[in-house]
Structures are given as structure tokens and as C-alpha cells.
Design a protein around this ligand. Sequence first.
Ligand code: SF4
Ligand code: SF4
Ligand code: SF4
Length: 254
Amino acid sequence: MNDKPKLAVFKFSSCAGCQLQIVNLEEYLLDIAALVEISYFVMAKRENADAIYDIGLVEGAVTCGEEIEKIKEVREKCKLLIAFGSCACYGGIPSMKNLVPEREVEKRVYEDVSVIHSTKAFGIDQYVRVDGYLKGCPVDKDELVELIKSALLGVGPNLRPHCVCVECKLRENVCLFVSKGKVCMGSVTSAGCGALCPSLNRPCEGCRGPMNDPNAPSLARTFMEYGLTREDVARKFRKYAGETEAFRKGAEAV
Ligand code: SF4
Ligand code: SF4
Ligand code: SF4
């Protein structure tokens, strides 16, 4: 009898980029497969078991009534439920639509909206209890391995509480914001990506959502001093995590 812990991966409204990071683990995949039974993973397996799972990774925002029911069913089936990626954590990119009336959004996409019942896009904790969050758009592979190891050991993962700027300094990058005037979300954004974008000469766009206790209004005012319009500032804070209280304060500060 197979007594390995069962892992399941579920998709809601998303681009599937976070699930793809599991497949991209490559050098770790055989080790992971030796330790857990990948019971449900539609992207990667033809046959998927309907069961009680030890670890459930949920990708994507909840954006319709059908998904509200589905996330409740998934919660019932998973002993440990992880919001997997910024869409599942905060609503992510789909939540950009939340400021526009829902019917208007539907009409932009569908000719006949009579059978469409979409809702505002929220992270999964709007509807169910969540045991952990793995941020990122997409999630970071090292953090994913850390999460799986921690889950198997029954301890909390060692995820970073500080901002991207700390990792940027650890990589000895010259600050793009201070030295080149490129407006950067790094000082309010949760670390864990290794300052990926600034290390490639691109400012941080805030894809991992807010760090612990950020001062988003202060950064919003600084963005204005650097020439951004109010609308530009709001867009910066609403792109990935506009439904979080911290980034909403940034979007509404100026
Ligand atoms: S968080 Fe980003 S990469 Fe992951 S599913 Fe959402 S849009 Fe795709
Ligand atoms: S480039 Fe961005 S992330 Fe790096 S130190 Fe400057 S503000 Fe922080
Ligand atoms: S630097 Fe910012 S935008 Fe780039 S991956 Fe990290 S958190 Fe996301």
C-alpha cells in the first residue's frame, strides 16, 4: 500500500504559470516524487485521483460562482491548503478588473453575457481558511521546494518577511530608483525572488504583493515626486495586489 503523503494541484482563474513552476523544478522532481504521491495534477497527469489530500496547492483567483463552490469543496479535501501564487494569495492580475463594474467587464469579453456569472476576482482566503501562502507571479522555485520540505516536516516554511530592496542590496545591485530614476516597488514588496527584476536592470513591479508592514503611502508620494500621475501610481499598486489593505492604501494615498 502507498502511504506517501498525497499532493494535489488545483487550477482556478489563472495563466497556469505557477503550476508550470512545479514541472520546471526538473532536478528536484524525482526527489519530490519519491517523497510524495502526486495524486491530482491535471496539467501533468492523465489519471487523477479524487481523494483526501495531505497538501493542496491552489493556483488562481476565484472569479465566478462556480469557483466559489469549487474552492469550498477543495478545502474539504485538503488537510493543508496553500494559496499558490499571487492570484490565489490576493487575486493577482485578475483583480485589476475589480474597479470596473462586473457587467462592463463581461461585455468587453463576451458577445452574449446572459449565461456569464462572473464575480470580482479575489484570493482564495476570501472564501475558505488558508494554511499558507506562496507569493509570486509566478512562484519562486526555491521557495516552492522550501514549502514542500516544510510541509513534509510539519513545520512552518522559512519565508522572508522583508522587502525586495534587502535582496537587491545583498546582490550588490546599484539602486535603479536612486541612481537612474526608474520608479521601483521594491521597498514595499515582499522578498523571496532574489530581487530578480532589478538584477536584470528592470524595476520591481510588486508581483509578490506587500511585505510585512510596508509604508505604501510614502512610496506613492515619492512616485508623484518622480513625475508619475495619480492614475499611474494607482496602477502600480493595483497591478498584482490591489485587494490587499497595504497596497490599497498606496493606490489611494495621492
Ligand atoms: S500568479 Fe502569475 S504566474 Fe501564477 S497563475 Fe497567477 S498570473 Fe499566472
Ligand atoms: S532597485 Fe528597487 S529593489 Fe533595488 S534597492 Fe532600488 S528600490 Fe530597492
Ligand atoms: S523583483 Fe518584484 S516584480 Fe520582479 S519578481 Fe521580484 S517581486 Fe516580482
